[in-house]
Write a protein that binds this ligand. Structure first.
Ligand SMILES: Nc1ncnc2c1ncn2[C@@H]1O[C@H](COP(=O)(O)OP(=O)(O)OP(=O)(O)O)[C@@H](O)[C@H]1O
Length: 447
């Protein structure tokens, strides 16, 4: 349940994008829900009963349930076979159900060196992590991993943790995000007594391996930086292993104190880049193997070709298809992938092609503003793109001429027809116009 709870906002955001829900509807229908329980693949969502009743819940069941189920799996990888919706009294404090167990941390078996696919983008980082896991404190201290979002830093850190837990059970290893580190420190400071601070220091200075994820978040937080500096020195002096991760290398942090910067840089810095096509396919195949699923080559090829820069999204795409196919009892085909992954692959494209969307693309293509294209200006630099927009709106949408005209500077019916015909003629006689139309159509429907 922890990971569903933690990622609830991402799940809702995925549903919002998937169904193209307006801000107002989203705030009214989805945002008020929170995660109440998750057990035996059944998720219970709760909402306070102020002004809501069973009809409210029924509306959600009818319109959003399938999409929420799919998004849960897409974002967290957890199966969600059903969702229960409950109303809770807004004046009562909602207690989580008793069966819930909060693990020490949410590290699960998924993050190991065996499940990590090695490619040219991460080979150095992988080898360094493995070396550190085998001989903590002896080489590369600290080990500083850096790279963009969703490229495997946490996976490698947790693999080190798991490896040490399994092979050196006597060693004390601690994985923590820099956010939790900061929160614990704030808590200790707030308690205002020496015991709390001593406890905090004992915890962090008496371990053999300290892994801090997303260290960039301590930058700018003075007391956290200060405390971390001393923790670092104490551990390093005792030859205890320190592993840090961040979204960029220390030299790129302008406001990071020099004394910390130099410490971060004194061991080994290993970067993780975006995976190439072959590595993306290998990651998808690995996931397929772990999930005991089998995908056709064309589906794998489609995902690997289109989802390029973030492995979390690559996995999310597979999770989504698996969830969808299970819930709807339908096979995973290329058609399904093309349909269901549209929003992930083309996040900025509206589901429906609207005249507004076309006008925006045309204006951008001709380097003029939307207000210019919709103005009364008659110069050729504006009139030609405007006529192109008229033509494309007519051809690619079912919008009535009247509304196309309204969007393009309150033009009447005859002006619109004239513009459409003019471009129609030009397409026959002028190669340049033909080309422009072709390019724009591709921009409007990239697949
Ligand atoms: N090389 C890889 N082989 C297999 N799975 C991978 C690989 N790299 C990343 N993943 C998977 O991609 C997902 C995202 O990776 P991870 O959470 O480690 O990224 P991150 O770099 O820590 O991202 P963030 O910057 O958001 O913290 C995880 O589920 C992870 O298991």
């Amino acid at each position: 349940m922890d990971s569903i709870k933690e990622k609830w906002n991402d799940i809702l955001e995925t549903v919002r994008k998937d169904l193209d829900i307006s801000e107002v509807r989203y705030k009214n229908w989805l945002e008020p829900f929170f995660v109440y329980d998750y057990k035996d693949n059944i998720l219970t969502l709760a909402v306070d009963n102020e002004g809501r009743n069973d009809s409210f819940l029924n509306y959600i069941r009818k319109n959003y349930l399938l999409s929420i189920k799919v998004a849960v799996t897409e974002v967290t990888g957890k199966e969600c076979s059903d969702i229960e919706l409950i109303l809770v009294d807004k004046n009562e404090k909602v207690e989580p159900p008793k069966h819930q167990t909060f693990s020490r941390n949410s590290n699960d078996r998924k993050y190991t060196f065996e499940t990590f696919v090695v490619g040219s983008n991460n080979r150095l980082a992988y080898s360094a992590c493995l070396a550190v896991a085998e001989a903590p404190g002896e080489i590369y201290n600290p080990l500083f991993l850096y790279g963009g979002v969703g490229l495997g830093k946490t996976h490698l850190m947790r693999s080190i943790e798991n490896y040490i837990l399994e092979n050196y059970p006597e060693k004390k290893v601690l994985y923590i995000t820099s956010e939790s580190f900061t929160n614990e420190l704030i808590e200790a400071i707030r308690n205002g007594n020496n015991t709390a601070m001593t406890k905090f220091r004992d915890k962090y200075r008496n371990i053999d391996v300290l892994l801090i994820d997303d260290i960039q978040f301590i930058i700018g937080k003075e007391s956290t930086q200060e405390e971390f500096f001393h923790t670092f020195n104490a551990l390093h002096q005792d030859k205890k292993q320190i592993i840090l991760s961040s979204d960029k290398p220390p030299k790129d942090f302008e406001t990071l104190e020099d004394r910390l910067k130099s410490r971060f840089e004194m061991g080994l810095m290993a970067d993780i880049g975006a995976p190439d096509y072959e590595t993306r396919v290998a990651i998808l195949r690995k996931k397929e193997e772990l999930d005991h699923y089998s995908f056709d080559d064309d589906v794998i090829n489609y995902i690997a070709t289109n989802v390029k820069s973030n492995i979390r999204e690559l996995e999310g795409a597979l999770n989504k298809l698996i969830a969808y196919s299970k819930l709807e009892k339908t096979p995973i085909t290329l058609d399904l992938a093309e349909r269901e992954l549209q929003n992930l692959i083309f996040p900025n494209r509206p589901i429906e092609i609207t005249p507004e969307f076309i006008i925006g693309i045309v204006a951008e293509h001709f380097h003029i503003s939307v207000s210019e294209i919709s103005s009364k200006k008659r110069s050729n630099e504006v009139a030609y793109p405007r006529q192109i927009a008229m033509y494309l709106c007519r051809e690619m949408t079912s919008a009535p001429l009247k509304s196309i005209g309204a969007l393009l500077g309150k033009k009447d019916h005859t002006t619109i027809i004239y513009g459409i015909d003019k471009i129609g003629e030009k397409i026959k006689s002028d190669e340049k116009t033909r080309e422009v139309i072709e390019i724009l159509k591709k921009k409007i429907t990239p697949n």
